[in-house]
Design a protein. Structure first.
Length: 258
């Protein structure tokens, strides 16, 4: 008869001789973020439907994969992607319109930014509304004209179905260095006591300079002289945003401190 101690020794020996289970290997995988213009396209990856664009698909094995894009009225397209381990690959495709993609009831939304103070014309008709408010337009190519000191300027833009198009109006520079069309938070450059907003009217007093401007108006008064910037002052998220060129001009003197 085997004693309890002997049984324990035999069991321990058996466990040592038992083959160890192999460690589970983790397959190398990554993801892909698929976007299309216009959005809302049906997406298949390697023949498996994954939803509408934009869509993020993860846990794809590393290597080559085929993406199929389909949207009613638009040509079916296929694109290839290579997935890298532990990374997200970006795939962005502009869909090719079919004969009826941009016709009929296909509409998009347009918002105009940087609007000048003068009149505007949309497709040769006077624009009487507020261009900064979203409007619906038929899909296709449109033209927006605006008055400048050098005459009437026209910019073409394309509207896609179920898509919002942001149109940025900029008057070409008359010479010298081109100003930036970017706006930045005033509080990042100026002390809060240096500027105020009353309705649409903006007043800035800083480092001996006096600026009067209006929200949405690219033309402003700087020390009594009229200056026009490619970007108009805006109120975004309760904060005042001023043209970056103006803020840099106000703070250009190293002796200017907040």
């Amino acid at each position: 008869m085997i004693s309890r101690l002997g049984s324990a020794v035999l069991l321990a020996s058996a466990l040592l001789l038992w083959p160890l289970a192999p460690a589970r290997a983790e397959l190398p995988s990554g993801g892909v973020y698929v976007t299309t213009l216009p959005g809302g396209a049906d997406i298949w990856i390697d023949g498996t439907y994954v939803g509408h664009s934009p869509v993020l698909v993860d846990a794809l094995l590393s290597g080559h994969h085929a993406i199929t894009l389909a949207k009613a009225g638009w040509n079916v397209q296929e694109v290839d992607v290579n997935i890298s381990p532990s990374a997200v690959t970006m795939s962005s495709t502009r869909l090719v319109p079919g004969p009826r993609a941009m016709a009929g009831t296909a509409n998009g939304t347009v918002i105009v930014r940087g609007t000048p103070s003068g009149p505007l014309w949309l497709d040769d008709a006077a624009w009487n509304g507020d261009p900064r408010q979203p409007i619906k337009l038929a899909a296709g190519t449109h033209r927006l004209a605006f008055a400048t000191a050098r005459g009437r300027m026209t910019q073409a833009f394309t509207v896609y179905p179920d898509t919002t198009t942001q149109v940025v109006l900029r008057e070409p520079p008359t010479g010298g260095e081109e100003r930036s069309g970017v706006v930045a938070p005033a509080e990042d450059y100026l002390p809060a006591s240096a500027f105020s907003v009353d309705g649409k009217r903006i007043v800035v007093h800083y480092a001996g300079h006096h600026v009067v401007a209006n929200l949405g108006d690219a033309a402003l008064h700087y020390d009594g002289s009229v200056e026009t910037y490619p970007a108009a002052p805006e109120a975004i998220g309760g904060k005042l945003y001023l043209p970056l060129g103006l803020l840099e001009k106000l703070t250009a003197d190293p002796s200017n401190k907040k």
